[in-house]
Ligand binder design. Sequence first.
Ligand code: NAD
Ligand code: IPM
Ligand code: MN
Length: 355
Amino acid sequence: MQSSYRIALIPGDGIGPELIDSAVTVLSAAARAHDLNVRTDREPGGAGSYLEIGHALPPGTLDRLRTEYDAVLKGPVGLPGVRHQDGTEAGLLGGVLRGGLDTFANVRPIRLLPGVDAAVRFSPGEIDYVIVRENTEGLYLSRGAGVANRWAASDQLMVTREGCERVIRFAFETARTRGGAPADGVRRVTCVDKSNVLRSFAFFRGVFDEIATEYPDVAADHRYSDAAAHDLVAAPGGFDVLVTENFLGDLLSDLGAGTVGGLGMCGSANIGADAAYFEPIHGSAPDIAGQDRANPTSQILAAAMLLDHLGELGAGNAVRDAVHAAYAAGVIRLNPAGQPEAGTAAATRAITAHL
Ligand code: NAD
Ligand code: IPM
Ligand code: MN
């Protein structure tokens, strides 16, 4: 029997709608090739929605996402000019969706593909790791809850035992599904923290060391976050899976993208116990929106992760293979800014052609 899925699309702001169009083109081709019935429905959300109705996510959407859909494919949201009185952005959905759906693990694969002329000189296969970013607490638990007056401002970083345990277990389980670090083939989880200075990070590391004993088949490693930033650029081959606090994971994943051809190369999954959504790691890139310049690869790889999550591994792998083939053949070439030289639509066609 043909498998049927209902997917919510949140096109979002800036380059979001063009990226979602690209991903839907690829998703439809993969569905045809693998005999899947995929129905997509668009849901508003982001800065545009905030400007229109006063809510970044219209009331009722969160419940519908949870109950009526099998998964959510989200474009980037937010516009720097759309802000609350307190100075933070009003069009973002990170707090609403990650907290609302309790998607505690933010999975961000960083992989150098053949044919990509990256800023850092490594060969394809030498950079291939996954950042597992804690997604519901850490410094970003303070979203909307910071305090400030004319003289001072404060946001608190909090981690909980349950929050640490579940994301750290997720990281070790992820390592079990992979072939180890490129440099030595060893399955390894690296705990990235600043436990030399801050109690919250010492707590995170303590929980990591406890959980690591449950996984004797996976090497447990530590790196302070400043040194990790260095090693991600200078010696990325030693990394397999990294697990880290929310804010550090946010920073280090964009850094990782900078080593593999830019932000437009990296998709991500937000995974919870009973909900998941998929998006690029980057933002809405208002500087290039509507100009057919954005790299759609991030959104397409996010769609591949969505297929994996639905259990459609054949279709997910086919999408990843098509992306690899299009780059390896030199059909997609990126300029130094990480934009496909022939444009977003042409890059999408190049990938679809391999499906
Ligand atoms: P950004 O990631 O949107 O852009 C940073 C730089 O990378 C820009 O030069 C942009 O042109 C480039 N870039 C990003 N994606 C690209 C792609 N696919 N192809 C080619 N180039 C790409 O970050 P920003 O400018 O700091 O933020 C813009 C907006 O996005 C802000 O409102 C921010 O809050 C929001 N944001 C949203 C998300 C999300 O929805 N998950 C993530 C990050 C930032
Ligand atoms: C990301 C983004 C978001 C985050 C912001 C824009 C809400 O930077 O998904 O990486 O870090 O939470
Ligand atoms: Mn980010």
